[in-house]
Design a protein around this ligand. Structure first.
Ligand SMILES: *Cc1c(COP(=O)(O)O)cnc(C)c1O
Ligand SMILES: [Zn+2]
Length: 438
């Protein structure tokens, strides 16, 4: 199968560094961890260009490829947009509130058509992999990540094996029909996101498949960190405060890493941005650990976690294994930035969603309501001052608007598993042959 056109980027313009033992590695597109045996740590990308130059001739996120670990670029539409709020800012009594809007909002030139900031990481992860690599990328998702990758892989004709809980099927839609290079495997019979992750792990160990890597993939983090890069370029300075709803915590770590790069650049001030990260009650494992001062998340039983997840409106925030304790993870990001965590109820999130739509004029998703709910708590408890520069990451918005403007196509399941079939021999038998290759 021939992929859609892509264009090489001069290599290598980055290296990988371990934050724990300082080992340096070359620009290996598949390396996800340090090779020295020590506690787990998230590698960081180090770019040879310290001064970011936006390249307006490249599309979407690839304008920022100075600070992306990519080997090539291709046609994409979207990037984060940053604008100064007036109505919401006035309502909250904030003089300098900026919105990073990630989604679809044509009046503001926001064209992430899958409706979330997962569409910042999908192109960068795919562009890190050389075009010649014949293997199929394997990815587990509960929704937004799967939709972003499925849409992009379909457009670019890059083979993808997407593993989802059956209950998330309705989340995988696109504005164009899907190409058969995207294959979907569902876990039914009560299987959840964690079961999908377990199945994806087994598949990715088979010949011909390669794991995407999640938070450990520097391309994922540096793609998400573009929200902060775009904000600093638009505003001319690094904000004082950053608000985001988190599930895996990857976006919070990315925001901190982007902040460090902007400090090295030197043109955007010396601010260490305080991270304000939020989860949706009752599923708040990182909030509980952080507020107790723990680097480790207190384990709960699977039954308790599943019951909490059932009662959570923003399902995209319900990752049971977040990048929290790991070196260079959320705990370290919060510690380094004087950060805080917030627990936001479904009711607070719902009211925040309505408020945003009423004042700013576009629908936002429950996770974005959680972030705004946290900002409202912070204002009410004087954690931000009226003249502080505040950046609110609307991680997903305009999905209702997409549905008004486009007819949607849904991806159908190629193969269904039940949780008890998630064993290597069963997987090998059922995926024997070339399921995910076309
Ligand atoms: C994935 C997701 C988040 C949480 O992202 P992290 O990986 O925890 O940073 C927040 N909002 C939306 C809309 C998402 O899809
Ligand atoms: Zn190391």
């Amino acid at each position: 199968m021939v992929q859609a056109a892509s264009f090489p980027i001069q290599q290598p313009h980055y290296s990988l560094r371990c934050p724990l033992c300082d080992s340096d590695y070359g620009a290996d597109p598949f390396q996800l961890s340090c090779q020295v045996p020590h506690a787990p740590a998230l590698l960081r990308a180090v770019y040879s260009t310290k001064t970011m130059t936006v390249n307006p001739r490249r599309p979407g996120v690839f304008q920022f490829s100075d600070w992306l670990p990519v080997a090539r670029w291709f046609g994409v539409t979207g990037k984060p947009i940053t604008y100064a709020s007036t109505a919401l800012a006035h309502y909250l009594g904030l003089d300098r509130l900026s919105i990073s809007f990630n989604g679809y909002w044509p009046e503001r030139e926001a064209y992430l058509l899958t409706g979330s900031f997962k569409e910042l990481e999908a192109p960068t992860v795919l562009a890190r992999i050389p075009e010649a690599d014949p293997r199929t990328l394997v990815l587990a998702s509960a929704g937004n990540t799967g939709r972003a990758f499925a849409t992009l892989c379909s457009t670019l004709k890059i083979p993808l094996c997407l593993v989802l809980p059956e209950t998330s099927l309705q989340a995988i839609w696109a504005t164009k029909p899907f190409h058969p290079c995207v294959q979907l495997i569902t876990v039914g019979a009560g299987g959840d996101y964690s079961d999908a992750i377990a199945l994806a792990n087994l598949i990715s160990q088979m010949d011909g498949y390669v794991p995407e890597g999640g938070a450990a993939n520097v391309a994922r983090r540096d793609g998400m960190g573009l929200t902060v890069v775009d904000a600093a370029l638009t505003l001319g300075h690094i904000p004082n405060h950053y608000f985001q709803a988190v599930g895996s915590g990857t976006g919070g770590v990315s925001a901190w890493e982007a902040n460090l790069r902007l400090l090295q650049d030197g043109r955007f001030g010396r601010q260490t941005m305080t991270l304000h990260l939020a989860q949706n009650a009752p599923f708040t494992p990182m909030v509980t650990a952080w507020q107790a001062g723990y680097r480790q998340i207190t384990p709960t039983t699977e039954a308790i976690a599943k019951a909490q997840i059932d009662h959570t409106a923003a399902k995209v925030l319900t990752n049971r294994n977040p990048a929290y304790s790991i070196t260079n993870g959320v705990y370290d990001a919060l510690s380094a930035t004087g950060g805080q965590m917030y627990s936001v109820t479904n009711q607070e999130a719902g009211q925040a969603q309505e408020l945003f739509e009423h004042l700013e004029g576009i629908d936002i998703s429950p996770a974005s309501g959680v972030a705004l709910g946290a900002l409202m708590q912070a204002v009410a408890t004087n954690k931000v001052s009226p003249d502080d520069a505040v950046l609110l990451n609307v991680t997903s918005g305009g999905i209702r608007r997409v549905q008004q403007d486009y007819a949607l196509h849904y991806l159908k399941s190629t193969l269904a598993f039940s949780p008890r079939d998630i064993q290597l021999d069963v997987v090998q038998r059922r995926l024997g042959g070339d399921l995910c290759k076309t």
